[in-house]
Design a protein around this ligand. Sequence first.
Ligand code: NG1
Length: 395
Amino acid sequence: MATILPSVNDVRVEALQNFTEEFGENANICVCAPGRVNLIGEHTDYNDGFVLPMALPMVTVIAGKANQSSICKIVSLSDAVGTRNLVEFDISNRRALKPGEPKWANYVKGCVAKFSYDGLVPGFNAVILSTVPVGAGLSSSAALEVATYTFLEAMTGFVSERLEDKALVCQSVEHQFAGVPCGIMDQFISVMGKEGHALLLDCRDLATKQIPMEHLDDNLFLIINSNAPHKLSSSAYCERRDSCFEAAKLLNKKSLRDATLEDLEVLKTRHCPQITIKRARHVITEIQRTLEATAALESGNLLKFGTLMNESHDSLREDYEVSSQELDTLVSAAREVDGVVGSRLTGAGFGGCTVTLLRKDAVETAIKHIKKTYKGNATFYIAKPTNGARQLEIK
Ligand code: NG1
């Protein structure tokens, strides 16, 4: 059986109750922001390419209230950061806030520091509760940033005019307060997710297109968490990013978005290391696959979509070298099941999750077969596309 996630409403109610227990009064603001699964377009966001993520019913909820002081008192109850974690910090000079310990609080501090509002941001009490697993490639960090930013908007009444700007500020928090030089995909989808849709995002000009998932008919996306967290991911992520920038520079191009397969031959003549050529080949082919996959989804050609998912995984394994034994086992076991249309790793790689497109009537057989084959303890979730960050009722 796939794991049944608590509904957003359940998480909301629990967060509000916990706030009352922690602070002895009721919260007057409650917000949530979702994690995401990327269907295709991996390691393309920082190369100005295309990505196709969708927002998940896994969410980070923040319940809170301004507290008439300049102190933020925040309790995190997320699985992510242990059972109960309290942090306090002074925001009288919020622009001067710096990252520190505990690490999880840096996402909150960063948003307070960078919130694009010139007025006074009051201190506040808050409870954070999340169902987005950490280190699984489902964007728990973006969910926390975007939820915090949405909370600040609700508290101050200062709402970003353009959703793009909100996502960009949250990305800069990830860069400067978490030290992760990520692309723009995670924050965009957490802000802009739409029920029943995936989001095609052009990471160069930030143009977006909501892609309806109505053609899925009797099929669905299954997320499988290997529960093997991202290993080596931050150093390996930076190395690959640097290789891509190096390849673009050798080609005198702004980014690999502008490169073609012919350029791989040019790289050979410019003494480019073989490994850099492989990295570039993944990015160039993945950008193309993402566009083809979007067209396939729009026209209901799911077989084509599945084939492209498989090719994406193979390219991530062979050329980008970000898969792992656990992810490869999950993907190949899934592909052995009748009714599976395509399967690939999702997110940065080196652990985390896979995403599989399959017929609804094949789900139980697939889960059984994968559990038998996979030595670790995998968790299975059915992925339904949901809305992006929003305010929730406080009643
Ligand atoms: P995950 O898998 O959530 O860590 C990372 C980056 C994305 C993107 C993907 C690969 C972070 C926070 N996000 O996602 O921007 O580059 O890898 O497609 O590192």
